[in-house]
Design a protein around this ligand. Structure first.
Ligand code: EPU
Length: 417
């Protein structure tokens, strides 16, 4: 088992290129099941989650080729198998987003139920309820959901909560439904707008993505297209937190400040300086952060995916910060790892109280999920001695070159076998 070893580092300096967004690329790949033909996706990160989605598409009969410069070519031969086996869904629960496009294209789909994960229960009731409103019938047997529909009919779908996955599944089903679908209380994440732009390029008629009301006029014909994935705001947040902890001055090439308003505001309150231009973001951090309180919310609120980084920063900030998690009840597991490194954190339900300490202390810790793992790497930049992060394969699910990139910025970090 390999590990990531980190020693105290900083100040960081230099440029880092931000990759395409994982959570957009995966959905665009799923959308390639909607129409026959050859697709080209640019700026697709070379990470294991993308490989898992590629494997799933191959199981269904599509061809996926990695080309140079982070491009992938996907060929949909038309007669694909509308089924997502458990072996694939188990590796990556985002596989559930193939349900909507498959049932709308083939009138049926068989997709393994994803189950819970490290964040706690991860229900898909809103995905199913939304698709049912469009006319899909479900039967659940032997760990699989079987979906069937003679035809899909546009309808008004009101989501209980602006779920990213449910919005995407309903949107991809509705593009081929007869008539107009309106999704109310839709998720507003930039990745939703990117998916809508991709679908519209294919010939769909999606209006309002990025707002909480999305209107989709169903069409019969969709075609394969080329598309460039938007930059990964969570990857950008990762380097910003590393900078906040280690100090220094860096450029995040390609990052979009307009996708990260709340984060930039919070980091400003913590004492960092951030500005943007057409090439990306410039950020600077001195030696010392101020504590703030924060709460995660659906976009444009502060993303739950940023939270592990902010908790890592608060662990070494001056003062006390209260963090409230409003999306995933179980998303505090990594806190125990930070405590092993000397952080002073108490959790109670979906709240955490973090009293900043002057220095952390290096220790062996475990990466429980993608973001938690990356947050431990960032925290380790201000930990005395050596921190050994185990299970880095979780980090590989979402980061193409985290270790290399931090090393290029001047961090004392390596991957050891
Ligand atoms: N929820 C339900 N029922 C549903 C769907 C969601 O109760 O049918 C609840 C969830 O349990 C959660 C909340 O609604 O409490 C929000 O979940 P959402 O559906 O928005 O999340 P998701 O689509 O499963 C995506 C990202 C996550 C990110 C969340 C929130 C992907 C592949 N994943 O998940 O990203 O945290 O949105 O922004 O897009 C990551 O990248 O590491 C990651 C976990």
């Amino acid at each position: 088992m390999d590990r990531i070893l980190v020693r105290p580092s900083g100040p960081l300096s230099g440029d880092v290129k931000i990759n395409g967004a994982k959570n957009s690329a995966l959905k665009l790949m799923a959308a390639c099941t909607l129409a026959e033909g050859k697709y080209l996706l640019r700026d697709v990160p070379n990470i294991t989650d993308v490989q898992s989605m590629a494997e799933l598409l191959r199981c269904m009969g599509l061809t996926v080729c990695n080309l140079e410069n982070n491009q992938i070519e996907i060929v949909n031969p038309g007669n694909i198998i509308p089924e997502a086996p458990y072996e694939q869904v188990e590796k990556m629960r985002a596989s559930i987003v193939v349900l909507g496009p498959l049932v709308s294209t083939f009138g049926k789909a068989r997709v393994a139920l994803p189950g819970g994960d490290d964040f706690g229960p991860r229900p898909i009731d809103m995905h199913l309820k939304g698709l049912e409103t469009l006319g899909v019938r479900f039967n659940s047997e032997h760990g699989y959901i079987e979906a069937e529909a003679e035809k899909l009919t546009g309808a008004r779908v009101v989501l209980d909560f602006p779920s990213v996955g449910a919005t995407e599944n309903v949107m991809m089903a509705a593009v081929r439904a007869e008539g107009t679908t309106v999704i109310e209380n839709a998720a507003r994440e930039p990745e939703i707008a990117d998916l809508a732009a991709f679908l519209n390029r294919m010939g769909a008629k999606v209006l309002g993505a990025g707002s909480s009301t999305i209107t989709i006029d169903g069409v019969n014909d969709l075609v394969a297209v080329e598309h460039t994935v938007i930059p990964d705001r969570v990857e950008a947040a990762t380097y910003l937190s590393a900078l906040g902890i280690a100090g220094g001055e860096i450029n995040l090439l390609g990052a979009r400040a307009d996708h990260m308003d709340m984060l930039c505001q919070k980091l400003g309150e913590m004492g960092m300086r951030i500005s943007s231009d057409s090439t990306g973001l410039w950020a600077m951090a001195g030696q010392g952060l101020r504590s703030v309180d924060l709460a995660t919310l659906p976009y444009p609120g502060l993303a739950t995916d940023y939270k592990p980084f902010l908790v890592a920063m608060l662990s070494v900030a001056d003062g006390v910060g209260i963090v409230t998690e409003n999306l995933f009840s179980g998303r505090f597991r990594y806190v125990d790892e930070l405590i092993r490194m000397g952080a002073d954190i108490r959790t109670e339900g979906h709240h955490a109280v973090i009293r900043g300490v002057v220095k952390l202390s290096g220790a062996p810790v475990r990466a429980h999920d993608i973001r938690a793992g990356a947050a431990l790497v960032a925290a380790a930049l201000k930990a005395e001695g050596e921190t050994e992060i185990r299970d880095p394969h979780h980090i590989d699910r979402g980061y193409e070159n985290l270790v290399e990139n931090l090393k290029n910025l001047g961090a004392d970090i390596e991957r050891a076998p």
